[in-house]
Design a protein around this ligand. Structure first.
Ligand code: 2BA
Length: 107
């Protein structure tokens, strides 16, 4: 068995949830925050048998869009910080980790 952690943009969270559950994949969602942008995102936890890992990743990948975010750069002074430039970064689709599960119980 594997435990999949998938960090997904909040805007894609509903469609990813509905597609996973429609395919009978158990899912728990945790509200999370990215360390770099300090923006809210959603972390999915899915415990699945090994032979379903690729299916889960493919569903998440299909419904998690890439987005371009603009972030301010090059602050003019520490006392009156004003951005003097803008950098564009690509956020998403999804960041996925797959971990081995030593034991799984439902008691
Ligand atoms: P954030 O940490 O808020 O990062 C948002 C986006 O900012 C990242 O998109 C990436 O494009 C950029 N970014 C992150 N750290 C950066 C840095 N030190 N310098 C320049 N740009 C940086 P994604 O890579 O798609 O990540 C989206 C979210 O997924 C992240 O939000 C974070 O919550 C999570 N994440 C990504 N990689 C992770 C990792 N290795 N471990 C844990 N969480 C991760």
């Amino acid at each position: 068995m594997k435990l999949i952690f998938a960090i997904v943009n909040n805007d894609d969270s509903s469609i990813v949830t509905s597609k996973l559950t429609k395919n009978k994949i158990n899912v728990t969602k945790i509200a999370s925050t990215g360390g770099f942008l300090s923006a809210g995102n959603t972390t999915f936890l899915c415990g699945v048998e090994d032979d379903r890992v690729d299916e889960v990743i493919s569903i998440i990948a299909q419904y998690s869009k890439k987005r371009v975010e603009s972030i301010p750069t090059g602050f003019s002074s520490e006392i009156m910080p004003m951005a003097v430039g803008v950098q564009q970064i690509i956020v998403g689709g999804a960041t996925i980790f797959v971990l081995g599960v030593e034991r799984h119980e439902r008691v």
